[in-house]
Each structure stands twice: as C-alpha cells, then as structure tokens.
Design a protein around this ligand. Sequence first.
Ligand code: HEM
Length: 133
Amino acid sequence: MDTHPTPEETPYDRLGGDQAVRRIIDRFYDLMDEVPEYYAVRKLHPTDLAGSRDKLYMFLSGWLGGPQLYVEKFGHPMLRARHLPFAIGTAERDGWIACMKQAMEECGVDAKLREWLMQSLSGTADWMRNKQD
Ligand code: HEM
C-alpha cells in the first residue's frame, strides 16, 4: 500500500486526525519530561508544560493539513522568531528530533509516514538553531 499522503488524504487524516495528533504531542512532552537525554530541551521549557502542549498540538494540526488551530488563535506562526528567546544549538535540535521520533514510534505511527514526517520536521528543527555550539 502506498503510504504517502495523497491530495485527497492529508497527513492529518492518515495519522488518525485530532485524537492521534493530541496523543503524539502528549507523549512527546511526557517523554521530554521523563527521559534524561531530553533534558537539554526540557530545561528551556516552562515548569508547567500545559501551554507548550496546547500550542504544539494546535500548530501541528494545521501543519499536517488539518484545522489551522494555531493560526486562528495566534496568527502567523513566525516559528524562528518565536524561538529566538531560547538558546537552540545542535544538542537541543537533536534532542527535540529524537523525542518526537520516539513519541511517534510509541504511538504506532506507520513507519513510512513517520519517516516522511520526521524528515520534514527535522528540517524545521534545524532551521530553529540560533546559537553557535
Ligand atoms: C529545535 C528544537 C526546538 C526547541 C529546543 C524548542 C523549544 C521551544 C520552547 C522552549 C518553546 C516555548 C514553550 C512555551 O512557551 O510554553 C517552544 C514553543 C513552540 N515550538 Fe518549539 N522548539 C524546537 C523545535 C520546534 C519545532 C521543530 C516546531 C514545529 C514543528 C516547534 C513548534 C513550536 C511552537 C508552535 C511553539 C509555540 C510558539 C508560541 O506560540 O509561543 N518547535 N519551542
């Protein structure tokens, strides 16, 4: 079966819609909170991760081709600008990517779809780097 999204079926649909996106993001932040390897990323975030969970969930909903929840509430994402207050180098980038990959694996995202999404998200994460290592 072709696992690439088609114009009729968005990556959002393919993942399983709203509940699936929420589940992945919840797992992503639970792992970030629990796994020592992700501490470099965790320590940049607020103590209470509730706001971070909501914002990334809303953003990814639209990014995946589902409802544009983030844009409707906050306007243009301006992701790089919004990350400038946080010092992000290769360790933080790699931690974010590894954490998301683990979350998707644990949530049972189809391997081909996961590879495709992670490739794209890794490019975005790399673009967020704003400090010399
Ligand atoms: C490269 C590693 C990354 C690090 C270390 C990082 C870290 C952070 C931190 C510390 C915040 C603030 C959390 C808060 O206000 O509660 C944040 C917000 C956010 N991040 Fe990231 N992030 C990374 C990559 C990404 C990527 C790849 C995406 C999208 C695919 C993303 C999407 C967002 C969004 C949508 C917000 C909320 C922005 C706002 O409205 O203020 N981040 N990130």
